[in-house]
Ligand binder design. Structure first.
Ligand SMILES: NC(=O)c1ccc[n+]([C@@H]2O[C@H](COP(=O)([O-])OP(=O)(O)OC[C@H]3O[C@@H](n4cnc5c(N)ncnc54)[C@H](OP(=O)(O)O)[C@@H]3O)[C@@H](O)[C@H]2O)c1
Length: 324
């Protein structure tokens, strides 16, 4: 397969390029060259998608295109030149307008109204992804849409899963660690390497259809225990309810003064319980959480300036003291 990865130099799109190369495919990556480097073995073309794609790309007959962009103008412009190929468009579960209903997925949950004009407002992320999905559906010769939930693993620039790995790699034996919500709350995510391998497979097989890209739901208690195991840590968890965390000014999900992965329940019961079966049936294979944690730890150990979001050590200490 001649595969064009629009991106290919960071995190997920790089994992797609790596997986396709490992399967013996001819891979071309395209980026401005500001965020990272392509995997070795890929042909790289430096270009800014704000301008039409360079001729050298439009003269190659690619079999498949993978695009991760959230900018409708970039997707539209690439489709004008590459619509003959099989497209795999990387969207997000953020296209859904319902985060509360458990067991959702394509055709079950309502979508945000699509946006077709570029926007840098994070509040428009879901509508932009919905708009890009439609552009691909209308123009590509054939296509698949992949809607990932939280993507984790080595190279993650959002620092959410990495918060827990970082916290636990520094935890002493038996240390008390603050944890969000109820240990039975369900959470879902996908390792970037599993997702990259699956997207490469969808491109190779010209698989069509829309699927969420996510692991089976696990309890957050189990996940944090597996992260601890992957880091060789034996913490004692101090679970704090949503109400207690709110009272302490601790935010959910991500950002400064947050406890990453925690989400208020039942408002977000659905966002963490999408149906995993359609992706599994189409070839997505999920590795154990402890493996993701171990490899994320190795990546953090070798990446001193990796982004970590969440509570500082002082903030956690103060919160634990207040909770008693
Ligand atoms: N992280 C999550 O938990 C999560 C969850 C759900 C869905 N997603 C989706 O998963 C995908 C992640 O993709 P990713 O990891 O590859 O990260 P990304 O940040 O979306 O990757 C962007 C890639 O495109 C290139 N690029 C950006 N702007 C460009 C431009 N103007 N012209 C040419 N190239 C440009 C970047 O390189 P340069 O900057 O060097 O140009 C980079 O290679 C996205 O679609 C995201 O929306 C993420």
């Amino acid at each position: 397969m001649r595969l064009l990865v629009l991106g290919g130099t960071v995190f997920l799109s790089r994992a797609v390029a790596e997986a396709a190369l490992a399967r013996g495919h001819d891979v071309t990556t395209v980026s401005r060259g500001t965020s990272g480097r392509p995997p070795s073995g890929a042909r790289h073309v430096t270009a800014d998608r704000a301008a039409p794609l360079p001729r050298e790309l439009t003269q190659t007959a690619f079999d498949a295109v993978v695009d991760v962009s959230s900018r409708p103008s970039h997707v539209r412009s690439a489709l004008e030149r590459l619509s003959h190929a099989h497209w795999v468009y990387v969207s997000s579960v953020s296209v859904y307008a319902d985060d509360a209903t458990p067991g959702g997925g394509p055709g079950i949950l309502p979508l945000h109204r699509p946006l077709w004009d570029d926007s840098d407002d994070m509040a428009d992320y879901g509508p932009l992804k919905a708009g890009c999905e439609q552009l691909v559906a209308e123009a590509a010769a054939s296509h698949a849409v992949v809607r990932p939930g939280l993507i984790v693993g080595p190279g993650d620039r959002s620092g959410r899963f990495a918060y827990w790995v970082d916290r636990l790699r520094h935890a002493a034996d038996g240390e008390v660690v603050l944890a969000p919500g109820n240990p039975h709350d369900l959470v879902q995510f996908v390792d970037v390497r599993d997702l990259g391998a699956w997207i490469a497979l969808l491109a190779e097989r010209s698989t069509t259809g829309v699927r969420d890209a996510i692991s089976p739901p696990l309890t957050i208690g189990d996940v944090l225990d597996q992260v601890a195991a992957g880091c060789g840590a034996r913490p004692r968890w101090r679970w704090a309810t949503d109400e207690q965390l709110r009272g302490l000014g601790i935010r959910p999900w991500m950002g400064p003064r947050s406890l990453p992965l925690g989400l208020p329940r039942p408002d977000y019961d659905g966002m963490q319980t999408h149906l995993p079966a359609p992706a599994r049936e189409a070839g997505l294979r999920i590795r154990p959480v402890a493996d993701t944690a171990r490899d994320t730890r190795a990546w953090l150990d070798g990446t001193p300036h990796a982004a970590i979001t969440g509570l500082t050590a002082d903030e956690e200490r103060e919160a634990l003291a207040s909770l008693g």
